[in-house]
Design a protein around this ligand. Structure first.
Ligand SMILES: CCCC/C=C\CC(=O)SCCNC(=O)CCNC(=O)[C@H](O)C(C)(C)COP(=O)(O)OP(=O)(O)OC[C@H]1O[C@@H](n2cnc3c(N)ncnc32)[C@H](O)[C@@H]1OP(=O)(O)O
Length: 359
């Protein structure tokens, strides 16, 4: 049976009562379905390319094409009902006894066999890191640092490991303009990278597919990196008008030598998994067909080692570098704050967004 006008109105009221912000993507979907259900297909002029918020709304509405009003009404009611019936929106995993209550919107976190697994869960966006995801990763790392597991693993859900910073983060400009946005991004990035510098247990990356931007640079702060042979490693900072972060300006030259680091971080050379392994960024590469089985078998064995001893040994390796890494992080963030306000960076982001809007 189709949703009635009353169901639709009830759903609109339910949206106002949601306990948790459903995030921008869902809000855009709700907006588009509401407009389609009440006014029909998008019939207003397309906002200018710099009017980013209204353009995102227009894009969301116009992608519904000629969807009939009653179908849009039904979809709206279904979407609201899915949000209201799951208080922990996208936690797909049953909480276990040794797991902290999750409730993450952008991650799935599990804890079993001595391993806490933090999975990026925005596969339709190639696991791009939204502002919310930065915050949730910091929370998940804090919880993992305090739980009983011996190892913490980061990996991606879907075909990508992670496509780096979500470039639409830069479109949410506060009243203080681009300068204020660059300042708040500086603080967010510094705190985020600091969590990796200070993480007290062995931290492992299971790179299930391509990795871009900050998801690559951070690998220099992991204790081991296992990659599928489908993975690639790309840091296109110069093309984006940006500069290296994640302490990579220090860790990469140390790991692979300054010439190879320059090819990656300055010229944006994309490495295959085999090349990244040969350069020391990746610990070992596995054929994609056996990747998951081989990696998890190995990690489960490592996780049986005494957890406290693993911590102590990691700490003695990291302690020599910690202060240096903090200083590098601070310096990289200062440089990036300036870069984010540059014409090169703004043009690159506009190009990405225009490509999305197929201008
Ligand atoms: C606090 C701030 C810290 C800043 C620190 C870090 C800097 C960086 O990380 S720089 C690196 C930023 N990342 C990129 O430049 C990658 C951009 N994306 C791409 O080039 C391509 O999308 C990619 C090669 C990853 C995949 O290409 P395709 O296989 O052709 O897929 P699509 O392009 O169709 O992507 C599917 C879907 O995902 C959205 N997407 C992918 N990556 C991002 C991203 N980084 N930011 C935002 N959105 C992303 C893409 O737009 C598509 O969305 P829809 O159009 O809605 O389907």
């Amino acid at each position: 049976m189709r949703a009635s006008q009353k169901d639709f109105e009830d759903a609109m009221n339910q949206v106002k009562l949601l306990k948790k912000d459903p995030g921008n993507e869902v809000k855009l979907k709700l907006y588009a379905l509401y407009k389609q259900a009440t006014e029909g297909p998008c019939n207003v002029p397309k906002p200018g390319v710099f009017d980013l918020v209204n353009k995102a709304k227009w894009d969301a509405w116009s992608t519904l094409g000629n969807l009939p009003k009653d179908s849009a009404r039904q979809n709206y009611v279904d979407l609201v009902s899915s949000l209201s019936s799951s208080p922990e929106p996208s936690s797909q995993v049953e909480p276990r006894a040794d797991e902290k209550p999750a409730g993450y919107e952008t991650l799935v976190v599990t804890s079993e066999d001595g391993i806490t697994k933090i999975m990026f869960n925005r596969p339709t966006k190639k696991n791009a890191i939204s502002t919310r995801m930065y915050e949730e990763i910091m929370l998940a790392l804090k919880a993992a640092s305090e739980d009983k597991s011996a190892l913490t693993v980061l990996t991606g859900i879907g075909d990508y490991y992670c496509s780096g910073n979500d470039l639409t983060n830069f479109t949410d400009i506060p009243p203080g303009g681009v300068e204020e946005k660059a300042k708040s991004s500086h603080i967010l990035l510094r705190n985020f990278v600091q969590c990796f510098i200070d993480f007290p247990k062995p931290l492992i990356a299971v790179v299930n597919g391509p990795a871009v931007g900050i998801s690559v640079t951070l690998l220099g702060l992991f204790d081991a990196v296992y990659a599928s042979d489908r993975a690639t490693f790309h840091t296109p900072f110069s093309a984006l008008g940006q500069s290296p972060e994640g302490c990579s300006s220090y860790t990469f030259p140390k790991i692979m030598g300054s010439a190879k680091a320059t090819e990656m971080l300055v010229f944006g050379k994309k490495l295959t998994a085999g090349e990244a392994c040969a350069q020391g960024l990746v610990t070992e590469v596995f054929p994609d067909s056996t990747f998951q089985r081989e990696v998890w078998t190995r990690l489960k064995a490592y996780a049986k080692l005494p957890a406290n001893t693993l911590r102590v040994s990691k700490n003695i390796i990291r302690s020599r570098e910690r202060e240096k890494l903090r200083a590098v992080n601070a310096e990289e963030c200062i440089t990036l704050e300036e870069r984010w306000q540059s014409e090169d960076c703004m043009n690159a982001i506009m190009n990405f967004l225009s490509r999305k809007a197929k201008l």
